[in-house]
Design a binder for this molecule. Structure first.
Ligand code: AVI
Length: 342
């Protein structure tokens, strides 16, 4: 079930790697098997210190909790980024003459509406290709775009970022969009891997729009990750339900608490689970266990905060040249537009 647009969107040597598995949604014919999630948990839990890969946070319950976090008064990120997009979408699109918008980890694509609306206004259409491992997210995005922006050709890629971006035709002028400061959840080595891959996948007519949360007053940062309703605590500790499901382990959410702080040296919020008692954690399917001593912490997530000028300089070493910088009146959040340097 291929259609004409596959010949525009995908690089010629990648075209046959994709097939349409449901209307407007493409999957890899021979998708790399995703890493076994149970083994991924064990690898990082046996590291020193113990930690967890952030993607385990987003099961159905975790994704719902995160949506609710985005609405919290303390969690300024989503609101602030959205206000910048609403105000500056016309300028962003005018500065990035492209035929295609590829969004990484799009979710329901609601936050991209301003960009897509401007693309439709200024260029009378084009392609929108969100890349996401969540099929429900892609379906929601497809239904939203079809209903609200019928001029836009929707092609959802059900894949990991790396497989998706490296399949886009380098000759198709494309704006890659990575919003929400999700880049802040990458460890420094994962950050470098990600920009290497993205830059290599970009052609000479491509742009990148990157959302980055900024370093600011510690109180504002810490409150955004320790909200009064306890939703962030629920979101972070929920990962242990997922781990119990994946590995058969016996983490007890009643015997742990959430702790977060802003680490100024690393410019990042660190989110931990802390054991409130000394307890034996068993992993029967792996025949392993460890003693989780009272007050010892497991690092569940980091959220790095950026200095936008420094980030622009850093990305120049990945052949990405700064084009424009959009921010809010309080300078809490930045949307940075880059062009691939040839
Ligand atoms: C998805 N990401 C950008 C969020 C953040 O702010 O780092 C995840 C999050 N974790 C706790 N609250 C929000």
């Amino acid at each position: 079930m291929q259609n004409d647009l596959s010949s525009t969107l995908f690089a010629p040597d990648r075209r046959t790697a994709w097939h349409m598995t449901e209307p407007s949604i493409w999957s890899l014919v021979h998708g790399d098997p995703l890493e076994d999630p149970a083994r991924s948990v064990m690898r990082s839990l046996w590291d020193q210190p113990r930690w967890i890969e952030a993607y385990h946070l987003y099961d159905n319950r975790g994704s719902d909790l995160f949506e609710r976090i985005c609405e919290l008064p303390e969690y300024y990120l989503t609101r602030t980024e959205n206000a910048i997009l609403e105000r500056d979408a016309a300028r962003i699109i005018a500065s990035a003459p492209v035929d295609c918008i590829v969004e990484l980890g799009a979710g329901s694509a609601k936050k991209t509406t301003h960009i897509l609306t401007e693309q439709a206004n200024q260029r009378e259409g084009g392609i929108f290709a969100p890349i996401d491992v969540s099929l429900p997210g892609l379906r929601a995005s497809r239904d939203f775009v079809r209903q609200r922006l019928p001029q836009i050709d929707f092609h959802g890629l059900h894949a990991r970022y790396e497989d998706g971006v490296s399949s886009i035709d380098k000759n198709l002028p494309t704006l890659f969009v990575f919003l929400g400061s999700t880049i802040g959840n990458f460890s420094p080595p994962a950050f470098v891997r990600f920009f290497n891959l993205l830059s290599q996948a970009m052609g000479p007519t491509d742009f990148l729009l990157l959302g980055a949360d900024r370093v600011k007053d510690v109180g504002i940062l810490e409150r955004a990750y320790a909200d009064s309703q306890g939703l962030t605590a629920e979101f972070i500790l929920n990962v242990f339900r997922t781990i119990n499901r994946l590995t058969g382990s016996n983490f007890d959410l009643e015997k742990m608490r959430y702790h977060s702080w802003y680490n100024p040296e690393w410019a990042q919020i660190e989110m931990f689970a802390v054991s409130t008692v000394t307890q034996e954690i068993r992993f029967p399917s792996f025949g392993k266990s460890f003693s989780w001593n009272k007050d010892l912490r497991i690092l569940v997530e980091i959220s790095r905060k950026f200095d936008p000028e420094r980030l622009q300089e850093q990305l120049s070493f990945f052949d990405l040249s700064p084009v424009r910088h959009f921010t809010d009146p309080k300078k809490w959040f930045s949307l940075l537009l880059f062009k691939k340097a040839i």
